[in-house]
Design a protein. Structure first.
Length: 158
């Protein structure tokens, strides 16, 4: 049975998928009977994940401060403070912060358990991940990397 959960500012399961990103899982699937994860994140200049697909999870992204450039499927758009996106499972997506101001946002992954993938990713050695290990983790957690980070594909970094 799920119990009432309180997380104060700065509390939660912290993960750092890259030097430009900080995530605090305020709730994980372990806290919600597997229903969802609730994540607070900060994305700094040129931060953002590689283009990827969640095969088993839907995702939401709500920008609280700053602006992110998104690619979802074949569409590209910017989300600013107050804007919201719902990304259904099976749709390739990624984002990048193209401005100096850090972006703060909230996300929900349904069902929960995305924190486990992030935890295992965090145990990989620094630097570009081994493609075979990345494929194995993706298979295990219903994820797939389908392209480089948007900062790379937009020629913002090399």
């Amino acid at each position: 049975m799920t119990e009432i959960q309180i997380r104060r500012a700065g509390e939660g399961k912290r993960m750092k998928p890259s030097p430009e990103e900080d995530l605090y899982f305020k709730l994980t699937g372990d806290d919600t009977d597997g229903q969802f994860d609730y994540v607070e994140g900060t994305v700094r200049y040129l931060g953002g994940p590689p283009l990827h697909v969640h095969h088993t999870r839907d995702e939401t992204f709500h920008v609280l401060a700053g602006e992110l450039h998104f690619k979802v499927g074949e569409e590209t758009f910017d989300l600013a403070a107050g804007d919201f996106a719902y990304i259904p499972r099976g749709v390739a997506h990624g984002y990048v912060n193209m401005k100096q101001e850090p972006v703060r946002g909230l996300g929900i992954f349904m069902p929960g358990g995305f924190d486990r993938f992030m935890e295992e990713m965090g145990q990989l050695p620094p630097g570009p991940p081994d493609p075979e290990k990345l494929r194995e983790l993706g298979e295990k957690y219903g994820q797939e990397v389908v392209g480089p980070p948007l900062a790379v594909s937009l020629d913002l970094v090399r």
